[in-house]
Design a protein around this ligand. Structure first.
Ligand code: NAD
Length: 487
């Protein structure tokens, strides 16, 4: 199976190669086959991208916002037109089942481009009456924004960064994760076809060193990273040295709290979505499932029964629910935590080991795993695993569970299941998390701001909130009278 792009990078409106770059392979996680060979960006192509973005940004910033919006909305239509081919590509690059990529990847990217395309002509400043004289504000672009992607939702992440950046009149250089380099190139093609001027959206490939070079590059005004907390700290430190604006979307260890009055079937559905979708490789996953002792055994029985029905297998078969993990490295990490949970004394309810899938002996498949009787101090309850490993923790009191849910360095997301409307809002008010769900989990419509408290991030993506992070406000004072001076 091959998915070799025309060349490694997309710069100035066309595919470009960097022969001096270091080659690396993109693998299909279900088989370990090489599907593409890519070169990392060398210094020459980094400079070419910066120059193309500088020239493109000038043209784009002078384009009327309503026209910018039309380009983004055309790109949304093209993503939808090409959804099947893009979904297959995303499945090959990530291993996520086609059942998911058909509805959650390019499709959510299209929603994002459409949303920001619709906002384009509505982005206005304000008029401030000063009694005779007045002031006004206008929103201006930052310049060239640098987007850095993670590997779990490659095209969605590229769209979540590109669309708000572009609608504000910025150019973007985007570096996808080295694990999933392919679909961002397709997004660049789509934007070009939609009429985006050359150089406004560029894709450069590479590992962390390429990322760091661009973070430090004087032409870059802003950095937006989706990645792990340790990478976030490095990027923030380097960006801070150069006083660059940053948005950081980082990791989590989010709580999902199920009170005794909850609808057990709905809560089990949410726990499944919060832990096993995308083979558990989602930043906002609710991996600490606090279940009230009154319903704990019923909850666990239902969860185990439904988890046993999950179909693991060929990611390209639309009947498959769970594909492999993205890489050997991720497989080793998840296996380590599955063994650690057992050594730490958690009760293994189901799963707990690698999965054998017929016809895919070299795939990075693991069983969806549920641990019960998990203690707050166990490492499986404290560290981000980023795999299908669900921990159930018991609780009895509301104050107690809120305190324990908040007892983490992360603060990306949280969920509450209860039929008591006052309790739902009271608990959500007390939870330290950027995104909360009441009686559901892991829904991230583009209209809703998304981002983390505490070490889970800085800034917000999505919704109107993202505009603040991709634009700067200029205040203009207009004097209508004379000018007094002391002497
Ligand atoms: P990662 O931190 O290893 O890498 C993320 C990106 O940063 C990659 O493109 C990588 O090449 C780049 N990078 C690494 N070192 C760098 C450096 N020093 N300077 C600049 N760039 C550098 O993360 P990952 O393994 O690709 O993704 C998984 C992590 O991402 C998890 O922690 C997950 O929670 C998080 N994530 C967060 C969100 C969110 O929106 N909050 C979404 C998806 C994933």
């Amino acid at each position: 199976m091959r998915a070799q792009p025309q060349a490694s990078h997309f710069v100035g409106g066309s595919y470009q190669e960097s022969r001096a770059g270091t080659p690396f392979d993109s693998l299909y996680p279900a088989t370990g086959e090489v599907i593409a060979r890519i070169n990392t960006a060398d210094d020459a192509i980094i400079e070419a991208a910066v120059q193309a973005a500088t020239a493109g940004q000038k043209i784009w910033a002078a384009t009327p916002p309503a026209e910018r919006g039309r380009v983004l909305r055309r790109a949304a239509d093209i993503l939808r037109r090409d959804n099947h081919a893009l979904s297959v590509l995303e499945t090959l690059d990530t291993g996520k089942p086609l059942q998911e990529t058909l509805v959650a990847d390019a499709a959510s990217g299209a929603d994002c481009l459409e949303y920001y395309g619709g906002l384009a002509a509505t982005l206005t400043g304000e008029h401030i009456d000063l009694g005779g004289s007045f002031a006004y504000t206008k929103r201006e672009p930052l310049g060239i924004c640098f987007g850095i992607g993670a590997w779990n939702y490659p095209i969605q992440i590229a769209c979540w960064k590109a669309a708000p950046a572009l609608v504000c009149g910025n150019a973007m250089i985007f570096k996808p994760s080295e694990v999933t380099p392919l679909s961002a190139l397709k997004l660049a093609e789509v934007l070009s076809e939609a009429g985006l001027p050359d150089g406004v959206f560029n894709v450069l490939q590479g590992f962390g060193d390429v990322g760091a070079k661009l973070v430090a590059h004087p032409a870059i005004a802003k950095v937006s990273l989706t990645g792990s907390v340790p990478t976030g700290a490095k990027v923030a430190a380097l960006a801070g040295e150069h006083l660059k604006k940053t948005t950081l979307e980082l990791g989590g260890k989010s709580p999902l709290i199920v009170f005794g009055d909850a609808d057990v079937d709905n809560a089990v559905s949410a726990a499944i979505n919060a832990n096993f979708y995308s083979t558990g490789q989602i930043c906002s996953n609710g991996t600490r499932v606090f279940v009230h002792t009154d319903i704990k055994e019923a909850f666990l029985a239902r969860l185990a029964e439904r988890t046993s029905k999950a179909v693991l297998g060929d990611p390209l078969d639309e009947a498959t629910n769970i594909g492999p993990l993205v890489s050997r490295q991720q497989f080793d990490k998840v296996m380590h935590y599955m063994q650690l949970g057992q050594r730490e004394g958690a009760r293994l309810v189901c799963g707990g080991s690698a999965a054998t899938v017929e016809s895919f002996p070299d795939g990075y498949f693991v069983q969806p795993t549920v641990f019960a009787d998990v203690g707050d101090d166990m490492r499986i309850a404290r560290e981000e695993i980023f795999g299908p490993v669900l921990s159930v923790l018991d609780f009895t009191g509301e104050d107690e569970v809120v305190r324990r849910a908040n007892d983490t360095e992360f603060g990306l997301a949280a969920g509450v299941f209860t039929r008591d409307i006052q309790r739902a809002h009271r608990v959500v008010d007390a939870l330290q998390a950027g995104t909360c769900w009441i009686n559901t989990y892991n829904l991230t419509p583009i209209e809703m701001p998304f981002g983390g408290y505490k070490k889970s991030g800085i800034g917000r993506e999505n919704g109107h909130a993202a505009i603040d992070y991709y634009s700067q406000v200029k205040s203009v004072y207009v004097e209508m009278g004379g000018v007094e001076a002391a002497f």
